[in-house]
Design a protein around this ligand. Structure first.
Ligand SMILES: O=C(O)[C@H](O)[C@@H](O)[C@H](O)[C@H](O)COP(=O)(O)O
Length: 259
């Protein structure tokens, strides 16, 4: 478990641009060291804001997009192409504009009849992750280079909501989620154990409606009540915030050089 590190940016646009620049460097470094890189995407405005910033980043083409594995931390269980699907939004923000290898883009299943329900879809995605895990990953999912997460105002991450069964899962790597308080109610999500397999976990939060959630998650709350508190990477856990989301952080957690 890595101790969370907090970086605060002036506003959400700058936060997205800085996160995009950081992600480009991370991917380029991983590709140089290991030949390929793996990133887990998130839904939500901040995750999509990062992808949109990446699409226009000057160093965008430093990445070899064909050697990038993409996974999703969660998905809304809706038909393929639905505008509310995280995959659809990610494609619009970035993915359709870069030369990805389709075999390396691991979409979570859509509600298109292939699987009976979100639980069956979750099981299929868990099997896909397990098939991609190598012996050196020491577990049932690959050791992702970077796993991105948005943070909800209630401290949810991916589709793991406070007190719901998903956040309590300790065995399975992917679960079907029913009755999510954020619409749509039916979703598929990585679990905390799968999230914690990542080398680096980056949590993104912007806006004053996130200030209480950020403070709670970083002040010792339990992960059942505050799922974001249980999201950390093997090597690094990075909270990328704008100043509004960081406004209520105790001074001890607020980086000295931030605005
Ligand atoms: O599918 C989703 O809805 C997300 O993956 C969810 O976990 C999201 O990341 C947070 O709700 C933050 O969303 P915002 O960045 O829009 O606040």
């Amino acid at each position: 478990m890595s101790t969370p590190q907090v970086v605060v940016h002036r506003d959400k646009e700058l936060m997205a641009q800085a996160a995009a620049a950081r992600l480009i460097t991370k991917i380029v470094d991983a590709q140089a060291a290991r030949g390929s890189a793996s990133v887990v995407l998130t839904g939500g405005r901040n995750g999509n804001g990062l992808l949109a910033a990446l699409a226009t980043a000057p160093a965008r083409d430093a990445v070899d997009w064909s050697r990038l594995d993409l996974w999703w931390g969660d998905e809304r269980f809706l038909p393929e192409g639905d505008p509310e699907r995280n995959a659809t939004q990610a494609r619009e923000a970035l993915l359709d504009a870069v030369e990805l290898d389709p075999a390396r883009v691991h979409y979570m299943p859509a509600a298109d009849g292939t699987y009976d329900d979100a639980d069956a879809a979750a099981e299929a995605y868990a099997a896909e992750l397990a098939a991609a895990a190598r012996p050196e990953d020491h577990g049932p999912v690959p050791c992702f280079d970077v796993l991105l997460l948005g943070v909800g105002p209630d401290t949810h991450v991916a589709s793991l909501f406070p007190e719901l069964p998903g956040v309590r899962e300790t065995e399975r790597t992917v679960v079907g989620v029913h009755g999510a308080p954020k619409p749509p109610p039916t979703r598929v999500s990585l679990t905390l154990p799968a999230i914690r397999a990542a080398r680096e976990v980056w949590l993104l939060a912007a806006g004053e409606d996130k200030a209480n959630a950020v403070t709670m998650a970083l002040s010792g709350a339990g992960e059942i009540q505050a799922p974001a508190a249980g999201a950390y990477g093997r090597r690094r856990t990075l909270w990328l915030l704008d100043s509004a989301a960081a406004a209520k952080l105790p001074r001890g957690l607020y980086p000295p050089s931030s605005p």
